[in-house]
Design a protein. Structure first.
Length: 101
């Protein structure tokens, strides 16, 4: 079993718990409001200053995750020099079988 920690959800600020995967580069969240999702550390940093509408959008997408998938929020590698946070981040539904959980 992995060690979990508590933190406010980066999407909705509700109580959440997480553990790190991918050598600590990604957090796997369980949020009482948003459900389950993964977020890269870089994307989490972007979310801190992202407009509320962007965080809300990812929160709603997490709630709509298809069975056997997980929403993975990350920063596109082509986002260097991107002016707007919304252009840099993506949220994709990835089959759980392809993820470290």
């Amino acid at each position: 079993m992995r060690d979990t920690a508590n933190q406010d959800c980066p999407l909705c600020s509700s109580a959440a718990e997480f553990y790190c995967v991918d050598a600590g580069n990604v957090k796997y969240f369980k949020c009482s409001n948003c459900s389950y999702f993964q977020v890269s550390r870089r994307a989490e940093n972007y979310l801190k200053t992202a407009p509320e509408r962007i965080r809300n959008s990812f929160s709603e997408r997490a709630k709509q995750t298809p069975d056997d998938h997980l929403l993975v929020i990350s920063v596109e590698s082509s986002a260097k020099g991107t002016q707007y946070v919304s252009e840099a981040m993506s949220g994709k539904f990835v089959p759980k079988s392809e993820l470290e959980l």
